[in-house]
Design a protein around this ligand. Structure first.
Ligand code: FES
Length: 262
């Protein structure tokens, strides 16, 4: 698969909550080849500060050559991006990594927690622009509070799929965790679950999938320095006794290929 380095112009800047921002970038080569679950590396500052590119999952792409990223303003790199302006250019490299394997013949359940909601919009678009039977499908969106969930709900509702929202503090949707919903829904049985979020959430999702005989793909979060398999900074243990690179073997894995503490 080919990667591209593009000077991507910022087309749109959306402050979706106090800390969460969505950028739309013109990056036609990346938009043309990207798959749901893949990511890009972005140089967030000019010169050598910060030195390294930062990974961002692809939130969605469009046929007019645009890509979107969705992030939380939590550190040096994202703070610089949070102060970027429309018409500025960013140095973007991608698409990188292995994305979701899409099964159109199985009921689908998309499970996103916190910023893990971001890449699922791209996946939902791919799933529901196809001829997939979506009558037994479900999208579960969760986060700590309203701010993490509400801004993206309408984007998911456009597909006509049932969307369940849940927050840790009950400030939006039900009170609890995405796994509470997953566990109670019959729709998941013998289906395919596509999950993205923090590791403890993914582990619990996999546990429920085993009980429900559902396939489980997880998009794993990791610190990344190079994004290309060169620095060994993103290794995680695999069930075959070896290690996998999140950046080139993932970030999406079949859950059974990873070591969990179940
Ligand atoms: Fe360098 Fe994965 S980020 S090997």
């Amino acid at each position: 698969m080919s990667q591209h380095q593009e000077k991507a112009r910022i087309i749109r800047f959306e402050q979706l909550s106090d800390d969460n921002i969505r950028l739309t970038l013109h990056a036609p080569l990346i938009a043309e080849t990207a798959k749901p679950g893949q990511f890009v590396m972005i140089k967030t500052g000019a010169g050598k500060d910060p030195l390294l590119r930062r990974p961002f999952s692809l939130h969605q792409t469009s046929s007019n050559g645009q890509i979107q990223i969705y992030f939380k303003n939590v550190g040096r790199g994202t703070s610089i991006l949070a102060h970027s302006k429309v018409d500025e250019d960013l140095d973007v490299f991608g698409p990188l990594g292995r994305g979701f394997e899409i099964y159109l013949d199985k009921p689908a359940c998309l499970v996103g927690g916190g910023l893990g909601i971001a890449p699922l919009l791209f996946l939902a678009k791919k799933l529901y622009r196809s001829t997939k039977d979506n009558s037994r499908d479900l999208i579960i969106l969760g986060g700590r509070s309203r701010q993490e969930v509400e801004p993206l709900v309408e984007d998911f509702q456009q597909f006509g799929i049932a969307v369940r929202c849940i927050t840790d503090d009950g400030s939006y949707g039900m009170k609890g965790f995405v796994t509470d919903v997953l566990k109670s829904e019959r729709v998941v049985e013998n289906g395919e679950v596509y999950a993205c979020g923090p590791d403890p959430m993914l582990e619990r999702v996999y546990e429920i999938c085993l009980q429900k005989h559902a396939g489980c793909q997880v998009s794993v979060e990791s610190v990344m320095a190079c994004g290309m398999g060169a620095c060994l900074g993103c290794n995680i243990p695999a069930t075959d006794g070896g290690y996998l690179h999140v950046c080139i073997d993932g970030p999406v894995f079949r859950a059974e290929d990873l070591v969990w503490s179940l």
